[in-house]
Design a protein around this ligand. Structure first.
Ligand code: AMP
Ligand code: MN
Ligand code: MN
Ligand code: MN
Length: 284
């Protein structure tokens, strides 16, 4: 079992726990090295770092940036970033700015399908209103009895072709990678097994084009062990890591008790021959 967890969310984005609650849970579950990677915001890092010090845990500043690439939404994790680096801070601010108008359009789309009150409903779940997003709408749709759980929301709502879906343009891939690397961090392609083309997984040709571009821009890592990957996908993305000379990262992508595929600190070891991302910052 790995004692690193380099991808998780607090209530600063769409997680359920405060940064210090999240750190306490990770500590209880045996995590020794933790990165907090909230979506498009770094506001939880100070609190998490202080809490981690109290638990004798090594803390890594992280972020998960929303990116539009071709017709896809991708997530790029930045690890060991400097949250004060102004292009990064300003870039993230720009992404957050688009979320309010998107939320308004999402609520209008749901209202056209007969679901009222979604905007206010979603904001009730958003501790950080500037980070309003689909998870907060999903929690409202569960609370209001339209869906049995968050997972079923993402089958029937908020995704392409379903009520509540609103196309959105996020950061560009070159911008996201340069904000991360410019701040001294390592850019990591998050949960590559999650990206789809229509109802199918992203094909290997597109995946290779993406990885080539990502590496040429300065991207250095790929999530091999992710809470949303199957064991077959650990092996698949370990092969891509080798092919593109990328460092392997691991993270639960934990959002909250009962809402995530995997809890904190429950990650199996990397497949053989992966080079762990922590080699990039001198940890063993
Ligand atoms: P947003 O950035 O507002 O588009 O919201 C994206 C978030 O929605 C992701 O970070 C996940 O937390 C959540 N999400 C997306 N797809 C799913 C899914 N199939 N099941 C559960 N949560 C999902
Ligand atoms: Mn999320
Ligand atoms: Mn993600
Ligand atoms: Mn995530």
């Amino acid at each position: 079992m790995l004692d690193y967890d380099l991808h998780c969310h607090s209530a600063v984005s769409d997680g359920l726990l405060s940064p210090s609650e999240l750190v306490a849970r990770a500590a209880e579950r045996g995590v020794k090295f933790l990165a907090l990677t909230d979506h498009d915001d770094v506001a939880g890092l100070n609190e998490a770092e202080e809490a981690a010090a109290g638990h004798g845990m090594q803390f890594i500043n992280g972020v998960e940036i929303s990116v539009s690439w071709r017709s896809h939404t991708l997530h790029i994790v930045g690890l060991n970033i400097d949250p004060k680096y102004s292009p990064l801070a300003e870039g993230l601010h720009g992404i957050r700015n688009g979320r309010g108008a998107r939320a308004q359009l999402m609520a209008e789309s749901l209202a056209r399908s007969g679901i009222g009150g979604a905007l206010e409903g979603a904001y009730r779940y958003a501790d950080n209103p500037s980070l309003i997003g689909r998870t907060h709408f999903a929690r409202f749709l569960v609370e209001s009895g339209h869906c049995k759980d968050v997972a079923s929301v993402f089958k029937n709502y908020l995704v392409k072709g379903k009520p509540g879906y609103v196309p959105h343009v996020w950061a560009s891939l070159p911008d996201a990678v340069s904000w991360i690397t410019g701040s001294g961090g390592v850019a990591v392609l998050a949960h590559p097994g999650r990206y789809t083309a229509g109802r199918k997984k992203m094909g290997s040709t597109t995946m290779r084009e993406l990885l080539r571009e990502f590496v040429d821009l300065g991207g250095r890592g790929i999530e091999v062990v992710s809470g949303s990957h199957t064991p077959e996908q650990y092996a698949e993305f370990a092969r891509y890591a080798k092919e593109f000379d990328l460092l392997a990262s691991c993270g639960s992508d934990f959002h909250g008790p009962g809402e995530s595929y995997r809890d904190l600190g429950r990650l199996p070891d990397f497949p053989l021959d992966c080079r762990p991302v922590w080699l990039a910052w001198g940890l063993k």
